[in-house]
Design a protein around this ligand. Structure first.
Ligand SMILES: NC(=O)c1ccc[n+]([C@@H]2O[C@H](COP(=O)([O-])OP(=O)(O)OC[C@H]3O[C@@H](n4cnc5c(N)ncnc54)[C@H](OP(=O)(O)O)[C@@H]3O)[C@@H](O)[C@H]2O)c1
Length: 345
């Protein structure tokens, strides 16, 4: 059994890590940490886990963590993971970080969107943890930067067309909608029921922190620097992301060719489900699961398409993908602990 720690176990992604890891056949949860709830039994704090998770939350002590766990999931807010990752790596604990702290290859980009990076050398060591793109690198990684939830939905949808350079990257427009758990378990006026219920709004246009992450990864797939237009929206649901992506083809493409490209790219991927042409994915059909469902719709002229991508921001967009990374990194069955059918209705 692999001994695993969840550092920052009381946030939304921390809770989903505990949910998934506690049912994982090859994992023993040995450490759960929290600053604010030290000493409390996890199942007493989160009563959905009553009688199921009996570990006590403890404060983070790096020596103790290294004794108790061989892999640690960091579910801290961004900027808070840097020191924890460095300390744990120094003690030979493998780290899967769910924050943005190790997602950028260039410290300058991290500085522009977040803050000065305290361990820029670790940025070169980190592997961007999207298995459908970096599976081979993940196998050898010590430090994995789990991708952001919006970028996961977008990169997975665009990868086949970007890699084959079939679309004009400047034409890409991304309209993404996210449920409220995407903002974390914080009390803030903007996220009060009365502010959110019955309302949809766009936010952070041209300045969302997931934009440079998408640009970094899509540029690598395309083989040249590219910048997409990304507009996130907040919608009144708990979980789920739906990204609607508009693309243009410089040369006409046929429906069967478009379908074949996606089938070839994802036919063997355990967590990507490519729907029939014109069929639309739905956040409620991936809820609670590690699946990303992709929809393809081609315009009658064969020069434009709309891609749609649905996933659960806390699972394929965070905790589930992190466990998939752990499975790959530690040589376990890639789907272990992740085969749940989505929670529908
Ligand atoms: N929510 C999503 O859909 C999602 C998806 C992908 C990635 N992520 C990333 O995953 C990370 C965790 O996200 P989350 O949504 O789970 O966050 P969250 O709900 O706000 O939880 C944060 C956790 O970190 C702990 N913590 C430790 N130091 C902290 C500090 N200085 N300030 C606040 N909390 C601190 C908190 O517990 P204590 O205060 O008790 O220590 C809590 O357990 C973030 O970096 C986020 O960007 C989130």
């Amino acid at each position: 059994m692999i001994k695993a720690a969840v550092i920052g176990a009381t946030g939304y992604t921390g809770q989903d890590l505990v949910r998934i890891l506690s049912a994982h056949p090859g994992v023993e949860l040995t450490l759960l940490t929290s600053r604010q709830n030290q000493g409390v039994i996890y199942g007493h704090l989160f009563t959905a886990c009553r009688n199921l998770v009996e570990l006590r939350l403890s404060q983070l002590d790096y020596d103790q963590a290294a004794q108790k766990a061989e892999v640690a999931f960091l579910a801290f807010p961004h900027t808070e993971s840097q020191v924890a990752a460095a300390e744990l790596l120094a003690r030979k604990v493998r780290v899967i970080d769910l924050s943005a702290d190790f997602r950028f290859r260039k410290a300058a980009i991290y500085r522009r969107y977040y803050s000065e990076h305290r361990f820029p050398a670790l940025l070169r060591k980190a592997v961007y943890g999207l298995p459908e793109v970096y599976r081979e690198q993940i196998k050898k990684a010590q430090l994995i930067a789990n991708p952001g939830c919006f970028p996961t939905s977008v990169i997975l949808a665009l990868k086949p067309l970007m890699q084959k350079r079939l679309i004009d990257p400047k034409s890409v427009i991304i309209d993404s909608k996210s449920g409220l758990t995407g903002a974390g378990r914080n009390a803030a006026v903007d996220f009060l029921f009365c502010e959110i219920s019955g309302s949809v709004r766009a936010y952070n246009i041209y300045k969302h922190r997931h934009q440079p992450e998408m640009d970094q990864e899509l540029s690598r797939l395309y083989g040249r620097k590219t910048e997409v237009t990304f507009v996130p929206h907040l919608v009144p649901i708990n979980r789920g992301i739906l990204s609607t992506i508009y693309v243009q083809f410089p040369r006409k493409i046929s429906p069967s060719r478009l379908e074949t490209i996606y089938q070839e790219a994802y036919g063997k991927e355990p967590f990507i489900r490519v729907l029939s042409l014109g069929e639309q994915p739905d956040t409620s059909k991936v809820r609670g699961s590690n699946y990303c469902d992709l929809g393809l719709s081609l315009a009658p002229d064969g020069r434009k398409a709309v891609l749609t991508s649905a996933l659960d921001n806390l699972v394929k967009g965070a905790a589930g993908n992190a466990v998939q990374n752990m499975n790959i990194m530690l040589g376990m069955e890639e789907t272990a602990g992740l085969k749940q059918i989505p929670l529908h209705p």
